[in-house]
Design a protein around this ligand. Structure first.
Ligand code: FPP
Ligand code: MG
Length: 296
């Protein structure tokens, strides 16, 4: 049960024995706990699985604390980020405390499992840096984008599934393929929602990714469909606050060229690949279908 994961996370944080960290940790909004849920679905719902899920969720929480500093984000899952309520230094240090505690606890596990998870955190960190670097100029390269989201998002989801499989003697490779493709599709859907959802649903302005410099898949597809003059207009809008005229121009062009629908098609293909890797696993397949339908 996911409550077991929450309890294990709280226990691990209490073990750090530093009340400031415990208090700040309690203010974080937990989110969907997707990675821990995957571990619990792949392994039996026992204490060992919950502990592995807790470790991975602590790493994920730490990465988001750092990401909000890097992105200058005021909100995380509808609540004020730690860098907003406290300051950036505190957010970074809390992240350091959480991920180092997670790594200490990871040493209790088989070295193969510890390696699988810790190597994913290196990939995660590389992905974050790629994301920031790619945001400095307009990126129109689909493969670069896919490599970046593979590192930034899919790596830890892939490692969650593969390490859970290792824990219970299942096929590490097949579950890894499931996790990787789920992660890629998840990020593409996230990037689509930034374009199609409204500000109220997102908790941040629509098209915010592009304003922040992130050329996600629909922008890459659109760029290649536009004529030279419109290509220039799109590039000139990159990484700037958009006027309402520019926002509606981008949305109209995306409608014309079906950039969002084409991105959704790729997410669907990746999801199908994930489904194919875990045939007969109804619950894991359900996670994919729910993820494809999500609207927030
Ligand atoms: C969210 O991206 C960010 C990530 C999924 C990874 C962040 C990774 C690091 C900061 C590396 C450091 C790792 C540790 C363990 C400290 P996003 O900005 O696209 O998504 P968002 O809209 O949820 O912020
Ligand atoms: Mg961010």
């Amino acid at each position: 049960m996911i409550e077991n994961v929450e309890n294990q996370m709280n226990t691990l944080v209490e073990e750090i024995n530093y009340s400031r960290a415990t208090k700040l940790f309690a203010t974080l909004s937990g989110g969907k706990r997707l990675r821990a849920k995957l571990v619990l679905k792949i392994e039996e719902e026992n204490n060992e699985a919950a502990r592995l899920g807790a470790i991975i969720e602590l790493i994920h929480a730490a990465s988001l604390l750092h990401d909000d500093v890097i992105d200058d984000a005021e909100l995380r899952r509808g609540v004020k980020s730690v860098n907003a309520t406290e300051d950036s230094k505190t957010a970074i240090m809390l992240g350091d405390i959480l991920y180092s505690k997670a790594f200490t606890t990871l040493t209790e596990f088989d070295p193969k499992i510890a390696h699988r998870v810790s190597a994913a955190v290196t990939a995660l960190s590389v992905g974050e840096m790629q994301d920031v670097e790619m945001g400095r100029t307009f990126n129109d390269d689909e493969n670069l984008y896919l490599d970046m989201i593979n590192n930034k998002t899919a790596s830890l989801i892939e490692a969650s599934c593969a390490s859970a499989a290792l824990l219970c003697g299942k096929d590490e490779k097949a579950y890894g393929v499931y996790g990787k493709n789920l992660g890629l599709a998840f990020q593409i859907i996230d990037d689509i929602l930034d374009i199609v959802s409204d500000e109220k649903t997102l908790g941040k302005p629509a098209l915010n990714d592009f304003v922040e410099g992130k050329c996600t898949l629909p922008y890459i597809y659109l760029y290649h469909d536009l004529n030279d003059e419109d290509k220039q207009r799109l590039v000139s809008c990159h990484a700037k606050t958009l006027s309402s005229e520019d926002s509606s121009w981008i949305k109209t062009q995306m409608d014309n060229y079906k950039s969002v629908e084409r991105s959704y098609v790729l997410a669907r293909q990746l999801s199908d690949e994930a489904l194919g890797a875990v045939e007969g696993e109804v619950e894991l397949q359900g996670i994919i279908e729910n993820m494809m339908k999500r609207d927030f």
